[in-house]
Design a protein around this ligand. Structure first.
Ligand code: NAD
Ligand code: UFG
Length: 336
């Protein structure tokens, strides 16, 4: 049994990772400033697992506070989810993104170095690849992010790789997520976006529950089978289990980058149909012009995750929609 520091553990993905960690017998201390989450999520995590965790409110840019937590609780590893994640906001407020994501991660790493904690699982994103030169994206696809959010992720990845070169006794797993959706099967935790959701599935779920009238489909003239954008949606619990596999793979020092996706692309219309089946009602939509910055299609090569961590995603698009809907219908207004 070890103590894992989970930054951003109250957020969408972090809360599901906490469930996976607690269920696997690990102890957890969450470090979160709740800027985009609710402490209720952590109560629900404990309810699901029948086990308690420690919650510390703080900002990852507060190096001393992190160092204190790492030392006080004898942490052996860090799962680092904390940060800002909206592509659109990163274009409008790049300095805030570089501050919270890059400087925050730098301070966290320095606190780890000073405390002698050398194991890190990091939340990166498929957005580091940029415009596809080929598909599926393999991990050696060129890294050329096209927005400030993606550039902050790439800088953090580079910082982690440089740290490993300077001290190969570190263990670092860089996990490039594709499109996380769904919720824990209990329906107790899930994604709770503030304001109008940017992402497809949360928006569809809010239409289904009656919080929004119609879905706008951003473009039906893409070079895809039905003309709508294709993405690699992955169930958030598969993603959470991928973090456990990464942690196990770091039982000896190493540094690796892996995609966490299913390897299968689904179009916007396929997602809408799967969600309609899950919720039992029709999702009204309008076809609109393309959203700036969107690309036709992308999906993951999954062989590296399977080879290095023995992990593959197991849950179907139907399960993603059913679980997302259970969360949304049980909690129409999220954690409020
Ligand atoms: P989220 O916003 O739900 O969770 C992030 C958590 O970090 C929140 O609880 C927030 O309060 C906290 N936080 C933010 N800034 C902080 C700071 N400075 N100090 C302490 N806590 C802070 O996001 P998520 O969807 O769970 O994403 C988690 C991570 O995964 C992020 O790093 C994100 O960039 C990455 N990621 C997410 C997606 C996605 O589609 N959700 C895709 C790829 C990568
Ligand atoms: N879409 C719509 N209507 C909506 C929302 C989305 O038609 O209201 C479409 C998009 O045009 C796209 C698809 O649904 O074709 C998926 O869009 P999302 O916004 O859900 O996801 P993205 O692939 O655009 O972006 C996500 C994360 C980013 C991350 C990126 C790469 O939101 O943070 O994946 O990992 F950078």
């Amino acid at each position: 049994m070890t103590m894992i520091l989970v930054t951003g553990g109250a957020g969408y993905i972090g809360s599901h990772a906490c469930v996976a960690l607690l269920a696997a017998g690990e102890d957890v201390v969450v470090f979160d400033n709740f800027s985009n989450s609710s402490p209720i999520a952590l109560q629900r995590v404990q309810q699901i697992c029948g086990k308690s965790l420690i919650a510390v409110e703080g900002d990852i840019r507060d190096e001393r506070a992190i160092e204190q937590v790492l030392t006080q609780y004898n942490c052996t590893a860090v799962m680092h989810f904390a940060g800002l994640k909206s592509v659109q906001d990163s274009v409008a407020e790049p300095l805030e993104y570089y501050d919270q994501n890059v400087i925050g991660s730098h301070r966290l790493l320095r606190a780890m170095q000073r405390s002698g904690v050398k194991t890190m699982v990091f939340s990166s994103s498929a957005t580091v690849y940029g415009t596809p030169k080929f598909l599926p994206y393999t991990e050696d696809h060129p890294l050329n992010p096209v927005n400030p959010y993606g550039r902050t992720k790439l800088i953090i990845e580079d910082m982690l790789r440089d740290q490993y070169v300077s001290d190969p006794s570190w263990g670092i797993a860089i996990l490039r997520y594709f499109n996380p959706v769904g919720a824990h099967e209990s329906g107790l935790i899930g994604e709770d976006p503030r304001g109008v959701p940017n992402n497809l599935v949360p928006f569809v779920a809010q239409v289904a529950i009656g919080r929004r009238e119609r879905l706008n489909i951003w473009g039906a003239d893409y070079d895809t089978p039905d003309g709508t954008g294709v993405r690699d949606y992955i169930h958030v619990m598969d993603l959470a289990l991928g973090h456990l596999s990464a942690l196990k793979a770091l039982d000896s020092p190493k540094c690796f980058s892996v995609n966490l996706g299913t390897g299968t692309g689904s179009s916007v219309l396929e997602v809408v149909r799967a969600f309609e089946k899950a919720c039992g009602s029709t999702i009204p939509y309008d076809i609109k012009s393309r959203r700036p910055g969107d690309i036709d299609a992308y999906y993951a090569a999954t062989e590296t995750a399977s080879r290095l961590m023995g992990w593959t995603a197991a849950r179907s698009l139907e399960a993603m929609c059913a679980d997302h809907w259970r969360w949304q219908s049980n909690n129409p207004n999220g954690y409020c």
